[in-house]
Design a protein around this ligand. Sequence first.
Ligand code: HEC
Length: 160
Amino acid sequence: MKYLNQLNNQYRSISALSAVLIPVLSLVFACSEAPKQDEKEVSCEAPLNPNGDSERALMMRKMTQLAEANAASLRNGGELEPYDGSFANLATTKGTMPVDEDFFKGMSAAYLSSLEALYAAEPSQRVQLHNNLVKSCQDCHAQTCRGPLKRIDKMILSEN
Ligand code: HEC
């Protein structure tokens, strides 16, 4: 009888626990799924294209490497990494994310002109112009896919 009582108590605490846990867990799952419904929250790093990475995604990766390398170098008072000119056709690359291509073209031009300005600048101007470039990444990503923004935000340098 004592044993049965114990069992009964255990059962009750388990069902009390699941009464709390089940709603909490389903809330957690609901929240982690919610962003998928909002296109702007979609991470552009998801494998959206079953045929592989798009030309645009590959270029984005190289742009990311360059901006991260420059951020690291400028933080230590170093030089810019060489830029080989290969982002010049960003505006007309083929992507997998559905975006407004006119918007993408305009934002690409802003990015490319900030890239040119950075590479043409006096060394003393580079930190500020690097930040302008990173802001152009942020501006486009705020309107297209917010996934990489966390990583992009870390490329901003302090300007004092
Ligand atoms: C003109 C708009 C625009 C600009 C400017 C832009 N991005 Fe992107 N980015 C996109 C879009 C759209 C995608 C999704 C690519 C696709 O359709 O395949 C993307 C994809 C990415 C990805 C994911 C690539 C992958 O592995 O699939 C990263 C990381 C990224 N961008 C970082 C950056 C960084 C860093 C910059 C600035 C140096 C930048 N982006 C500038 C619009 C932009």
